[in-house]
Design a protein. Structure first.
Ligand SMILES: [Fe+2]
Length: 269
């Protein structure tokens, strides 16, 4: 049985810096292999490789070639992890990139674009989301819980979601508290407000920031209940690969979840 909670359920990690030598993620093929082993042991079956795109440094055009080399390395070591192409796209490209440039950087060659949202303002994210939508793609904000305007005022994020068809992906280790109490608190506030669509590892190494999702799944079950946790951890990542619309789930507070659990116990369910 996988750590994902069932024999057939495996996690799909929709944000991971597993490709070596292109950004601040895996520093060598050996580190990539160690990351892959950790991911598989945690119940992750597929990873979307989302290296940072940096203008003038790495444009992602040779990603498929790099993924092929990694696939061969994993196969030699009998590591059954599927790799899918993606990218973490900087604000500058999200705000002004040509349609074809954006198309080449989507997750799994589909309709979703992962926008790098660290150190950004509300106006920048709103402009970028508008441009991405105009080009025909759907923006996913990478770790908005680490962005100052979201931490200060969740209302601004809700406004953005309501007006722009924007989706939110938070980082597993934010929930676990690796980035501090403030970011952890924002992550839980986002969950309770029903504005989290995805949780991903955003792993950069086989050490402190490793590809592990099972712990977040357990935290999510406690925070928003089994059903919402399953949407965030399994259903929505699968929908990205299939090119389907992401599901929105209503916010469920801790109190409501524990009340429901009590009733379920009382009713013998
Ligand atoms: Fe990232």
């Amino acid at each position: 049985m996988s750590a994902g909670g069932g024999p057939s359920l495996q996690f799909i990690d929709t944000h991971c810096h597993i490709v070596p030598g292109v950004d601040d993620g895996a520093s060598s093929p050996d580190v990539s292999l160690r990351m892959a082993r950790i991911a598989v042991a945690d119940g992750i079956g597929r990873i979307i490789a989302t290296s940072h795109i940096v203008e003038g440094y790495y444009d992602g055009s040779d990603l498929e070639k790099r993924l092929e080399a990694l696939r061969r390395l994993f196969a030699e070591d009998d590591v059954g992890l599927e790799l899918i192409a993606g990218a973490e796209v900087p604000m500058s490209i999200c705000m002004a990139g040509e349609k074809q440039v954006l198309a080449d950087l989507t997750l799994a060659d589909g309709k979703y674009l992962l926008m790098e949202t660290a150190d950004t303002t509300y106006d920048q994210v709103a402009r970028a989301a508008y441009h991405v939508r105009l080009c025909g793609f759907l923006p996913i904000l990478a770790h908005p819980e680490r962005t100052l305007f979201v931490q200060k005022d969740l209302g601004k994020l809700k406004e953005l979601l309501a007006n722009s068809d924007v989706f939110c992906q938070i980082t597993a280790s934010s929930l676990e508290g690796l980035f501090g109490k403030g970011i952890q608190k924002t992550s839980y506030s986002m969950l309770k407000a029903g504005v989290v669509h995805l949780v991903a590892s955003d792993a950069h190494s086989a050490g402190r920031r490793k590809p592990v999702l099972s712990e977040s799944k357990n935290l999510l079950v406690k925070a928003v209940g089994e059903e919402n946790a399953a949407v965030i951890m399994y259903e929505n990542p699968a929908r990205i690969l299939a090119g389907d619309d992401l599901l929105q789930k209503p916010a469920i507070s801790r109190q409501e979840v524990s009340k429901r659990s009590f009733l379920a116990r009382f009713m013998g369910k």
